[in-house]
Ligand binder design. Structure first.
Ligand code: KG4
Ligand code: ZN
Length: 353
């Protein structure tokens, strides 16, 4: 089975082909970084136009690299939300057009489900598993019981982790995108120099809060001499990253204990989403997993940040279960993971009809 995946929900235009043997036959990503850089963040209108300009070429390229024509595919999957709606429309309309023209099944993939299942592309996580999903827009702990069976255990009550990395980078003049810049700056920095808060640490909850940490970084940076020195940048980046690591570690340890109670086994413990590309956080979360009697599994960094291989893979898993979508599926700017339907919900819905 071979599926073409399309990703256009933010500022990466991407197309990829994967097969049922978990092989990535092609995985092309065009990053719009340079187009958004002057604005210090993603501009939705620019993103949508850029997807339109680049998507066709990426799809042809992905097929050429996979050595396949449209007729050798078994389905077309596209991110249908959540995300910047102009971009999502571009991807979904393109996928629907190919599906209609070639008589292929169309699969509307939830972007978060793409992240959630991405680790299964390397074959490392059987259901059920505990997932920490950390990206630019999300920070959630989820019990993943199967395709379309997502039980949220905790979520951020304010900001997402990736967003905090991006804000911190901006405050420190480290540029955009923030995550990788903060990680690089933090190397060799003194993580104990700035006393930053660890919001909700030790509290009996699986929710997160990052706005207090973000504000504290802003105040401490404002108190620094201008222009900010390289040492200050490094120390603040390291202090910030240490605070994030402490909070994530605390909450994940709690979630792993709960998962053990609910499912009778300690893991697997999966970390996915753009922030999961961070080597320091990966190492810290691996320690947490080992202490709980399991290991942390995460996709390789290139599959943590937005890509189309994960969308193709989620599409393939859905297709294998007979979960395809009609061509009138409407893209959704907001689409919580818990609302994604799986085989059970789909069967119940068709019985009702
Ligand atoms: O999953 P993703 O590519 O897009 C969303 O679905 O949001 O995640 C992007 C986020 C950005 O906030 C980015 O700064 C962050 O992931 N990120 C990182 C790293 N690489 C990307 N955060 C920390 N360390 C990194 N190495
Ligand atoms: Zn993402």
């Amino acid at each position: 089975m071979k599926v073409l995946g399309i990703e256009t929900s933010c500022d990466e235009t991407a197309a990829a082909v994967v097969d049922g043997e978990r092989r990535i036959l092609s995985n092309l990503v065009f990053s719009q970084l340079e187009e958004h850089r002057p604005y210090g963040g993603v501009v939705p209108e620019i993103a949508a136009r850029s997807h339109l300009d680049h998507l066709d070429g990426l799809i042809s390229g992905a097929l050429a690299q996979a050595g396949l024509g449209f007729d050798e595919l078994n389905g077309i999957a596209a991110t249908a939300g959540p995300g910047l709606i102009g971009g999502v429309f571009v991807g979904v309309m393109t996928a629907k057009a190919i599906a209609a023209a070639r008589g292929l099944p169309f699969i509307a993939v939830n972007h978060l489900e793409g992240h959630a299942l991405s680790v299964r592309l390397s074959g490392e996580a059987d259901f059920p598993f505990l997932l920490l999903l950390v990206s630019g827009g999300h920070c959630q702990l989820v019990a993943v019981e199967g395709v379309g069976a997502y039980r949220q255990l905790g979520t951020t009550i304010d900001d997402a982790v990736g967003e905090c990395f991006d804000k911190t980078a901006k405050l420190l003049n480290l540029g955009y995108p923030g995550g990788p810049a903060v990680e690089t700056a933090a190397k060799g920095g003194d993580g104990a120099r700035f006393a930053l808060p660890r919001p909700m640490l030790g509290r009996d909850t699986l929710d997160f809060s990052f706005s207090g940490l973000k504000t504290a970084v802003r105040h401490k940076v404002a108190a620094l001499d201008e222009p900010i020195s390289e040492t200050d940048q490094r120390d603040m980046a390291a202090s910030f990253q240490a605070a994030v690591a402490d909070v994530l570690a605390d909450r994940c340890a709690r979630a792993l204990a709960l998962f053990q109670d609910d499912y009778g086994r300690p893991g697997p413990f999966v970390v996915a989403g753009g922030v999961a590309a961070n080597a320091m956080l990966r190492a810290r979360l691996d320690d947490v997993a080992r202490a709980a009697g399991t290991v942390m599994v995460a996709p390789p960094p290139s599959l943590c940040t937005d890509n189309a291989a994960m969308i193709a893979w989620a599409g393939l898993e859905r297709l294998q279960l007979g979960l395809t979508d009609s061509l009138d599926f409407a893209p959704r700017p907001r689409w919580p993971l818990q609302e994604v339907r799986g085989p059970t919900a789909a069967a119940a819905a068709s019985e009702r009809v």
